[in-house]
Design a protein around this ligand. Structure first.
Ligand SMILES: [Zn+2]
Length: 410
């Protein structure tokens, strides 16, 4: 809903209100053009619920700041005045996401609207328990991305490091990364020590929260959701009323460590019988007879092979998956009763296997009460494949910048 500037906003106390209203309305205009593509001033006014006069004034500020540009008037074939369309400009800026997963370091430089301009990916060989060589590679990939960004004539206005691990503290650090055998690692300080151009405002965020936010943005009614995914390890995020639940110790959503199996295997987190010990990718790959492929070709390639074998009905892969899916379904049943989310979204390599998890999930749910039908939680596949977290980083940077669009030009 658009805020309108009113005469009540005048005066010393009102000038701040007026500035907030103007920033909010600038954000609405820029956001409209990002969401709907090139638009005329009257389309924006009608679509965003602003007056045409205020859209003209707001657009003028955004044009002066270089956030928008306008094309030459189009011939409107005699119907009123020629139509001038406003486009997102910001051709001189870029946003960056640098991602570390269990296989690779990936950098993506994108436009303000989140369209990738370039991508650099390097395998790190998964040296367990050794952050130093991985930080060296991350800094080198970051340096190449910064060079490429400068080569494109673009100034970096937002950057995020995405890690497949929980993040906590101030300044934020990786709390522990069981995929790489890390304890507490200050990734941002490690990058700054190696690459002096590391942006001071660079963020460090966990992949599961970013992936969850990206998937949430694609849902019709995205307010309450549990996101759970597996690519390296098992991670997740709980979103209640549009907000990610962090918990008292920043570990809410670490769903791979739901301790489900009584007296089960010791987990890296210190508990026994965690979900990841029975349904994590390493456990499933080994049970499916793909342990050697995991060692030789890396996790992503081994998981691709696992999924194709399961979908083809291969005996060992299917048996390993059925065992894993039963534990995953049990975890989802517990989460559904604890949180009653509208939807549980399955990401990573579980997305193409979502039907089998949903089927197992449905086998132990409360019965419908006659006349008071049980509104069941839906279990659905994610739509963003393995780039969900990278896209989440780029889209959330875009959303953050568009909240105050004039900051982009400074
Ligand atoms: Zn655990």
């Amino acid at each position: 809903m658009a805020l309108r500037s009113t005469s009540a906003a005048a005066g010393p106390a009102g000038s701040l209100v007026s500035g907030d209203v103007r920033r909010h309305n600038l954000s609405i205009v820029a956001r409209y053009v990002v969401d709907h593509g090139a638009s005329s001033r009257s389309q924006i006014a009608d679509g965003a619920g602003l007056t045409r006069g205020s859209v003209t004034a707001l657009a003028s500020l955004l044009l002066d700041a270089g956030v928008l540009r306008e094309d030459a008037p189009q011939d409107s074939r005699g119907k009123g005045r020629p139509l001038t369309l406003l486009h997102l400009a910001a051709d001189d800026v870029a946003i960056l996401a640098l991602q570390l997963d269990a296989d690779e370091v990936t950098a993506v430089v994108a436009t303000l609207s989140g369209e990738p301009l370039l991508r650099i990916a390097e395998h790190h060989g998964r040296p367990m328990g050794a952050p130093e060589p991985i930080l060296d590679l991350m800094a080198s990939v970051l340096g190449r991305a910064l060079d490429a960004c400068a080569g494109l004539g673009r100034r970096l206005v937002d950057s995020t490091v995405v890690v497949f691990a929980p993040v906590g503290g101030t300044p934020p650090v990786v709390v522990a990364d069981t995929d790489l055998g890390w304890g507490r690692v200050d990734v941002l300080a490690g990058l700054r020590a190696r690459e002096p151009r590391t942006p001071p405002s660079m963020r460090l965020l966990p992949d599961s929260v970013l992936a969850a936010q990206a998937e949430l943005g694609l849902l019709e009614d995205g307010r309450d959701m549990v996101y759970i995914k597996s690519n390296s390890g098992i991670g997740g995020a709980i979103i209640v009323d549009g907000t990610v639940v962090a918990g008292a110790h920043d570990v809410a959503g670490a769903l791979g460590h739901l301790p489900l199996v009584p007296g089960g295997e010791q987990c890296g987190c210190g508990q026994r019988g965690c979900l990841v010990t029975v349904s994590g990718p390493d456990a499933v790959l080994r049970a499916a007879g793909l342990g050697r492929l995991l060692e030789s070709d890396g996790l992503s390639a081994a998981l691709d092979e696992l999924v194709s074998r399961i979908l083809a009905g291969e005996q060992h892969a299917s048996a390993a998956w059925n065992d894993a899916a039963e534990w995953i379904a049990r975890a989802l049943q517990v989460l559904a009763m604890a949180l009653d989310p509208r939807v549980i979204v399955l990401g990573g390599y579980w997305a193409p296997l979502a039907d089998s998890i949903a089927e197992s999930f449905a086998q132990n749910r409360p019965a419908a009460v006659p006349g008071d039908p049980w509104i069941g939680t839906a279990v659905v596949p994610g739509r963003l494949d393995r780039d969900a977290a990278l896209l989440g980083a780029l889209w959330s940077a875009r959303d953050r910048l568009l909240l105050d669009p004039l900051q982009i030009s400074t």
